[in-house]
Structure formats: structure tokens, C-alpha cells
Design a binder for this molecule. Sequence first.
Ligand SMILES: NC(=O)c1ccc[n+]([C@@H]2O[C@H](COP(=O)([O-])OP(=O)(O)OC[C@H]3O[C@@H](n4cnc5c(N)ncnc54)[C@H](OP(=O)(O)O)[C@@H]3O)[C@@H](O)[C@H]2O)c1
Length: 408
Amino acid sequence: MTKKKYDIVVWGATGFTGKWVAKHLFDTYHESGLAWAVAGRNADKLNEVRDFIGDDNALIDGLIADSEDESTLSELVKSTKVIITTVGPYAYYGSLLVELCAENGTHYVDLTGEVPWMREMIDAHEDTAKKSGAKIVHSCGFDSVPSDMGTYFAQQQAKKTLGKPLSSVRYQLMKAKGGISGGTIASMMNIVELAVKDKAIRRILTNPYALNPDPSFKGPDKGDQMSAKHSKVLDKWTAPFVMAGINTRIVRRSNALMGFAYGENFRYSEVMVTDSGAKGYAAAKSISAGIKTMMFTSITRVGRRFLGLFLPAQGEGPKVDPEDPGFYHIQFNGETEQGESFVTKLLGDGDPGYGSTSKMLAEAAVCLALDELETDGGFWTPASALGDAYLRRLQENGGLTFEVLASE
Ligand SMILES: NC(=O)c1ccc[n+]([C@@H]2O[C@H](COP(=O)([O-])OP(=O)(O)OC[C@H]3O[C@@H](n4cnc5c(N)ncnc54)[C@H](OP(=O)(O)O)[C@@H]3O)[C@@H](O)[C@H]2O)c1
């Protein structure tokens, strides 16, 4: 790769999540010699970002690039080894950037959870990225790093302890505290809008293996859990997890990209855990009813406008309380083909949707910029592209803790 001016550029740094990504890079790597810059479409807003991150002397360059302007975007891509983008919805604003990165051998990370768009990008640009050496890694936030890296960790530890991979893993969100940003709401609404119009998109959304290199792959997993169910293992009630439709596809793609390291019959699912007894049942029922109501309401334009009255607008997000920054706790229950059980835990510090997400995204970019990785150019997932180096960075700087709880 030819020498570039920057190691990393954060495009979308003026947005709700982008400014936290910039803050993490500033706080963690400012004195390390990492060459990085912020980018956006508005110079005044970029100056506000400098104030926000504490860059009083304007040491961090601010670059202008608009998704509508190919020449500025192309210059941006050519100036850096890695680009971080938080400019979403990605299906609206992100396609040209992916194309330019694939052509110019620039590594790329984003926060998309837009499965049909990822499929489109893989099909359109994978060959170009392989030729240029660009490593494109989607979904480097709460979707889908805890799922992907949590499963990677569980499998790695199971192989060490039991000498074999787990043939099934269940992600259980035990507890979480955080909010959701307007940008994320806009991306979700955009997917619903596209799905209503287009049957092909609906087909992608309902295919559990939609992101596998071969999306016609037939494995043991069917649809995601859509109603309240009792978990015998935990003796608690579980509800559908709203991000499962994204995360499960990424984990299955990782397995396939790593040569089916978890096995061709590997099963993976995600749920939210409520409580035991009647209280747990009522909570699980109300979560699944809430998700169904949201989905149903957002089908029509009027419904989406109605929801918009109560949800944060683009550029807005949950109120940030430094005294209470949020957290999440996920338990992974794995089982081998022979019925041995293996349980791991993942703790994340910070609000899943922006605090923790911004650290995971920034660390993925640092990994691509600085670490020796075994992967070549192409479209990857966090686990398949970044593996052990990322696991280390997530624990050292990303606020994530991985732990084995039980093996029997
Ligand atoms: N996977 C996850 O866990 C996760 C978590 C959080 C967010 N996200 C995703 O990340 C994305 C960003 O979310 P957010 O809440 O940070 O959104 P946001 O606050 O609306 O920020 C969007 C950013 O994109 C910029 N932008 C918009 N249109 C542009 C254009 N035409 N050219 C250049 N820049 C443009 C905005 O610039 P201006 O400031 O100039 O408007 C802003 O910097 C969304 O797609 C969201 O779904 C994912």
C-alpha cells in the first residue's frame, strides 16, 4: 500500500455517534503518533467537534467531504489508510464511499445494520476489493461486535478447554442500560420503507444466511425468535431481541468466511432475558408485543411520521450522563455436539448505542491501521477480519470484558 497522509479519517464526525468516535481516538491515541483527522460536510460543525473532544489547538485536521460530491469523497479516500464512516442511513449515503474504498485499496469500517445494503455492496464490490487489497468491515458497533467477537471468544475458549468447537451458541442479553440515537431510528425506518416496496429486500431480510458468501446456503438455523419463550437453562423468560436479524447474519457469515471454523451445522440465536415467574412472562410478552407494534406501525408513511413524534431526530441521541454512562451484560450459552455445555460472559462499559459503539468502531479502525492481520482484501466481518488483535484491543481500550463462566 502506498504511503498515505493519515492512518484514519472519521467521516461523519459531526454526528451523534461520530463525535464520540473522535473523542475516543483523541483520548486514547492522541499522543501515540497515530495520524488521524475528522471529516464532515460542514466546517463550522467540525470546529464544534474539536471543542467537544478537547482539541483546543486544532491539531486534528478537519476535512470537508459530502456524499453528493465524488471529487471531495475520492480525495478523502485517497488520503487515508482506513476510513471510519458514521454517515447513515448507509443505503442513502454510503454506497459511493464503499465503491471508492474498494477501488483505491482503502480499508473501511462502519456501523451499518442494513442487511440488504451489505448484500448489495458485497455482490457489487467484492472482486474489486480483493484486487485492490481494501478490507471492508461492516457492522463494527453494538451491531454486531459483541455478538461476533463474543462468539469468537466462546469458540476459541471451548476449543482450548474441550478440544472442539461449540455446535450451538445462544446470545442472551441479560441486562443493558442505554438509549438509541436518531440516526439509528432513521436507518431502521429506511429498511422498513424499502422492504415494504421491494419483495427482493423482504426475501433477504427473512433469509437467516443472507450474508453468507453463498446466500443460498442451507444450514440448521431458521427464523429469529418472535415471541415470549421460557428458557429451561436459565429458568427465566426470554423475549425477541430487536438486533437479532442483523447480528445472527454477521455471526453466520463469520463462520463461513473462517472456513466453517464453528462447523457447517453450527446454530446461532439471540434473545433478551427478562425474569423468572409471572413477572418475567409479562415483561417478555410486552417486549414482543412492543416490537410487533413498532414494526406494524412503521409499515405506512403515516405510521413512520407518528413514531417520529416520539423518537429522537437525526443528529440527536440519548441524554449523556457522565455519572451513569450505561452498560450491557451478555451471556453466551454454548453446547458441543456431544452435549457438553460452555458458558461465557461479556460485559460492556458505556451506553451500547453510542458510548461502547464508538469505542468498538474506533478500535476496529486502529486494528486495520496498525496491526499485522492475516486477512487480504475483501468484505469481512469483525471476527474474520480482525480476530485476536481486535479481541486484545477491545479489552485493552474498548471497555469490553470477556470471561469464561462455566464448562461441564
Ligand atoms: N450499529 C450500531 O450499534 C449503531 C449505533 C449507533 C449508530 N449506528 C448507525 O450509525 C449511523 C449514524 O448514526 P448517528 O446517530 O450518529 O447519526 P447522525 O447523528 O444523524 O449523524 C449522521 C452524520 O452523517 C452526516 N451526513 C449526513 N448526510 C451527509 C451527506 N450527504 N454527506 C456527508 N455527511 C452527511 C451528518 O453530517 P451533519 O452533521 O452535517 O448533518 C452527521 O455527521 C446510522 O446509520 C446509525 O444507524 C449504528
